[in-house]
Write a protein that binds this ligand. Sequence first.
Ligand SMILES: *[C@@H]1O[C@H](CO)[C@@H](O)[C@H](O)[C@H]1NC(C)=O
Ligand SMILES: *[C@@H]1O[C@H](CO)[C@@H](O)[C@H](O)[C@H]1NC(C)=O
Ligand SMILES: *[C@@H]1O[C@H](CO)[C@@H](O)[C@H](O)[C@H]1NC(C)=O
Ligand SMILES: *[C@@H]1O[C@H](CO)[C@@H](O)[C@H](O)[C@H]1NC(C)=O
Ligand SMILES: *[C@@H]1O[C@H](CO)[C@@H](O)[C@H](O)[C@H]1NC(C)=O
Ligand SMILES: *[C@@H]1O[C@H](CO)[C@@H](O)[C@H](O)[C@H]1NC(C)=O
Ligand SMILES: *[C@@H]1O[C@H](CO)[C@@H](O)[C@H](O)[C@H]1NC(C)=O
Ligand SMILES: *[C@@H]1O[C@H](CO)[C@@H](O)[C@H](O)[C@H]1NC(C)=O
Ligand SMILES: *[C@@H]1O[C@H](CO)[C@@H](O)[C@H](O)[C@H]1NC(C)=O
Ligand SMILES: *[C@@H]1O[C@H](CO)[C@@H](O)[C@H](O)[C@H]1NC(C)=O
Length: 820
Amino acid sequence: MIMPFVEWMIFLCLILILVNAGKGHECTTIIKNMEYSCSGRNLTHIPSSLPFTVTSLDFSFNFLISLHKCVFPVLLNLEVLDLTRCHIKHIENDTFYNVKNLATLILTGNPITYFGPGGLNSLHNLQRLVLVDTGLSSLQLQMNNLTKLQELRVGTNNVQSMSLPSFMSNFKDFSLLDLHANNISIIKTDHTAVLREIGRNMTLILSMNPLLHIEPGAFKGIYLKEFHIQSAFVSLDAQKECLEALAGLSVDKLFIGSYRMQWKVKVSDASYLDGLCSVNFNEIYFVLKEWSDSEMHLFRCMINATKITVKRGYFKSMEYIPFHRLKELYLGPTLLSVVPLISHIPSLEKLVVKNNMPMTFNGITDLPLLQFVDLSGNFLIMKDCCSQFFQRTPNIRYMNFSRNSEIGMTDKPFSGLDLLEVLDLHRTKLVLVFYFGFLHGLKNLKYLDISYTSITFTRQMFFQNLNNLTVLKIAGNSFHGDALTYLLQNLTGLEVLDISHCGIEKISRRTFIGTQKIRHLCLSRNKLMILDFLAQPELNPLISLYVDKNSITSIPLQVLQNLPTNLSDFDLSSNPIDCSCSQTDFISWIIQNQNILKQPENIFCKTISLSSDFRATDFDTDSCVHKKRLTMVLSICFVTIVVLLSLLVYRFQFYLQYCCILLRGYRSPGQQECSYDAFVIFSSYDEVWVMNELMENLENGVPPIQLCLHMRDFQAGKSIASNIIDEGIMGSRKIIVVVSQHFIDSAWCRFEFELAQSRFMMERNANIIIIILEDVEERKSKKVFGLHKHLKKNTYLKWSRDPLSNMRFWIRLRKAILDH
Ligand SMILES: *[C@@H]1O[C@H](CO)[C@@H](O)[C@H](O)[C@H]1NC(C)=O
Ligand SMILES: *[C@@H]1O[C@H](CO)[C@@H](O)[C@H](O)[C@H]1NC(C)=O
Ligand SMILES: *[C@@H]1O[C@H](CO)[C@@H](O)[C@H](O)[C@H]1NC(C)=O
Ligand SMILES: *[C@@H]1O[C@H](CO)[C@@H](O)[C@H](O)[C@H]1NC(C)=O
Ligand SMILES: *[C@@H]1O[C@H](CO)[C@@H](O)[C@H](O)[C@H]1NC(C)=O
Ligand SMILES: *[C@@H]1O[C@H](CO)[C@@H](O)[C@H](O)[C@H]1NC(C)=O
Ligand SMILES: *[C@@H]1O[C@H](CO)[C@@H](O)[C@H](O)[C@H]1NC(C)=O
Ligand SMILES: *[C@@H]1O[C@H](CO)[C@@H](O)[C@H](O)[C@H]1NC(C)=O
Ligand SMILES: *[C@@H]1O[C@H](CO)[C@@H](O)[C@H](O)[C@H]1NC(C)=O
Ligand SMILES: *[C@@H]1O[C@H](CO)[C@@H](O)[C@H](O)[C@H]1NC(C)=O
């Protein structure tokens, strides 16, 4: 009968394995070949594609109704298996045979109704077993073979007795039993027998059980590392009785009271915690929801404690207890209005009071070992701080007064506190009477935070004799004038400096002259525009630099090339970066150095044409190269045109001048007055003929004709060109051109003729009279612009020595001149 069953099982396994083969990839690889997560994928089987080397598998939130030997493939390296909320109901005998090297098994949230007797026993190496919320009703589990078990977490079940199976006394490493939120109401002496045998170093969690009764002596002689009994009693009376019944228990850390602050509970019996006096404990942590009109004796039984932590409480006062072993006292939010007058505790090393409610502080005294004082966040107002508040406390090294209301300091406020290494006063208004010496004598100070303390640093104020100071935070204050330049000069050991949010507009190169070790510099939220101080050799050790939220538009290439060599954390974000083509070097630098830039995606361009959320890293520097080329081509063209134009203007300056005059005259032709009848254009070689013949005949004839002759009529002191134009061409009605060989050779004559032509061309009046004094070759006449054409088109006069034709010549000329 047995054989067929075994065969049938093997057959079933094969079928299952075959069905599941080929599937896979349902899981996420967290570490290749080691860690996989198949959480929440509605799987009904373990994927066979998992490598056999897997060490950790998260299979939570899937569907595995029943666990048996074939569910798991052979995974001998598997150490962590999480089967949280997989709807598991049955766990068969040999379920974990294929994964027998598990160290951690989590079965949280499965409604397990059947546990095969050998179900867990193949897990010889199991160290953590988590059976939270599995419907468990007893700790009598079949797990004899789990000799390496260290943790058993069975919270949120229906366990009614904390008695462990007797074989567990052999579990040498067993150290944690978590029974929170079960249904344990009674603990008897025999329930703790195994605990007692296991001996020392156990953590026992019984919080949130309805404890009603503990048999006195049940915990006698038991030593626990941690004992959690928060919200573990059905009533205050039960608590009082049960605490008393704990007599003889030794605990290192005791957790009592409520889990969190709940509604207040009034107690009539002020000594309701007196049961603690019969428990030996070192450290105690509590949240107390109880309150009373009268004095509550909360601390009476804590006289031997080394550490007291009040997470929260409703007590209004703290009685004086001569603690003699107390090393640390932590007072969280309570109804205390005054910091307790803690004094004469020879062992106290650390004091923390954080009330979040206004308190007053009258000082603490005679605490020779006190090193650490944190009174932050208590709305304290202290006048004439600090020495007088700390009498005979010579060992204080850490003092935290941050987030208080106001602290006033006068001369030498820290005398007698020479060993101070950390001083934190941030976000507390400081009223300093003697500025200079306010840190006088703190030669051991390493850390100073006076951010947001409403200080205005002046030029007379600087830090001196603080050779050990490595961290300085002065953010959120202000500087008068150039006070920053001198402030840091003697802080030779400074490594971390925060001067953000101080309204700094400029940092002088001299600021960092004395500080050659700064590694972290924060200048965020100032008004800096220029970062040229960065290229200084004094700042070479910089690793991180924050200049976000300033007014930086660009950083010159020369500064970028000389940035500190090890700078690996550079925050430039939220600055109005200028993304114009003149800044391509800077933008390219940003694009190439995104690895050292913090939040490169928040470096935006602030250019009018681009939208406000344009990222500098998206800027296309190539487009600038094209623009640059285009600009270059255009400017070359422009320069060429300008040069050409000026050459032309120079070459044709007379014409231009003439054109101007013409245009002027053209505009008002009526007002044009001609003072001469004719202007004579001639070569000076022909002067004799002009004077003797032309002038003689025309000016002395009847009617006399007024000629304009350059050597006689041109105004002295005026330029020749102006004279030609004003007097000659414009001032005469007609132009007489005396053409000869010399005329053609003379540049001036040609120019005058050209001007004359242009005048009459515009006035459309053929008023140029040409006299051919001597024959000129056609080839030569073409040299003078328009002459050849003019001769062809118009009648001209020809001079001859023959008296008869001579006579005709003068008559015709006179007619031509007088003709209108
Ligand atoms: C799992 O099944 C539930 C319903 O049965 C469905 O709502 C959910 O989306 C499924 N999840 C996945 C990852 O398929
Ligand atoms: C499980 O194993 C126990 C012995 O360890 C045996 O008595 C029991 O019959 C087994 N149950 C099944 C279903 O095989
Ligand atoms: C438990 O351990 C014993 C002895 O080492 C061994 O014989 C037995 O098979 C183990 N039980 C299981 C279910 O592996
Ligand atoms: C807790 O145990 C008591 C008996 O001690 C029982 O009456 C009660 O029903 C249990 N509560 C739960 C929630 O199981
Ligand atoms: C208690 O446990 C800690 C580790 O949790 C270990 O270092 C220490 O040696 C143990 N002490 C005793 C007495 O077992
Ligand atoms: C404190 O310890 C001393 C022994 O050192 C002991 O006599 C005394 O009872 C203890 N007090 C409390 C409240 O635990
Ligand atoms: C001082 O206390 C404040 C508030 O509790 C805290 O944020 C700060 O880190 C403390 N300062 C130091 C130097 O530990
Ligand atoms: C402070 O600096 C001095 C040297 O300037 C050194 O001798 C001393 O040890 C330092 N103190 C501390 C606490 O580092
Ligand atoms: C600062 O240091 C310089 C050089 O070490 C020294 O001459 C000067 O007196 C110091 N200034 C102060 C105020 O300590
Ligand atoms: C930069 O870092 C290297 C290696 O960490 C170190 O050797 C070197 O001194 C550092 N340079 C500066 C200027 O701090």
